[in-house]
Design a protein around this ligand. Structure first.
Ligand SMILES: [Fe+2]
Length: 239
């Protein structure tokens, strides 16, 4: 039997969830940190990064700010001759302000097939959440729910996730959840979703160096390898 250290990581090919633009959210705090984390993703077989800064009351990032940060980062990567595709979208926090903004301004940062990455508050499920996702679909976007396995209001139940997915919301499980970074419940829910083939994308949600070890362990986990190698997740279609 192969030891953990010698097990190879599954190649994700495209990572669609990370916080690698420095100093605009709670992710990377410097260009050096960003470069180091990008090199690590490259080592794990990532060929394209779609980085997703928070758009959140605490981090009110605009498309302009995100595009500027991306272009500075791209410039630094090319200066250091690091070859990797890097694009930016966003991780939208769905609150009442987001739903109001959606009414007036529907130019959201999306990727691939008009995918928009959204997250919910962790503690309490907002009553308006499902209807905002419906509004997004009406506007021609395909919502992707970030880390469904981590919402505490689920209390271990998969019902809400599976119901949303049936209504056309795509699910992005975080790889570090499977290896236990966020505790036992997210690990369990994440694995259950993978077993049910109810995961559309896997993502790193990389913010800081501490996440890398769990990302590596997650990429070596049997259920993650199976989902990637048997093309049960759509990450590679984003290349
Ligand atoms: Fe995130």
């Amino acid at each position: 039997m192969l030891s953990f250290r010698r097990t190879k990581v599954a190649e994700l090919t495209v990572d669609l969830h990370s916080h690698l633009i420095p100093n605009i959210d709670d992710g990377s705090q410097s260009i050096e940190q960003s470069v180091e984390m990008i090199l690590k993703l490259k080592e794990f077989g990532v060929k394209k990064i779609i980085t997703t800064p928070h758009v959140h009351p605490r981090y009110p990032n605009t498309p302009l700010l995100i595009r500027q940060g991306l272009s500075d980062l791209q410039e630094e990567l090319s200066r250091r001759q690091i070859k990797i595709q890097i694009e930016a979208a966003a991780e939208y926090y769905v609150d009442e302000e987001f739903s109001q903004r959606l009414l007036q301004d529907d130019t959201l940062l999306s990727f691939g097939d008009k995918y928009v990455l959204v997250e919910a508050p962790f503690q309490t499920k907002p009553i308006y959440f499902d209807s905002v996702l419906f509004d997004l679909k009406m506007k021609g976007y395909n919502p992707v729910l970030a880390h469904p396995e981590r919402y505490r209001f689920l209390e271990g139940s998969l019902d809400w996730i599976l119901r949303l997915r049936e209504s056309g919301v795509l699910m992005q499980v975080t790889i570090g959840s499977i290896s236990g970074y966020y505790g036992t419940i997210p690990a369990k829910i994440g694995s259950q979703l993978l077993k049910l083939e109810a995961v559309d994308f896997l993502g790193s949600d990389l913010h800081r160096f501490a996440h890398l070890k769990y990302l590596e362990m997650g990429l070596k986990a049997k259920e993650v390898r199976k989902a990637i190698e048997n093309e049960k997740v759509k990450n590679a279609t984003l290349l």
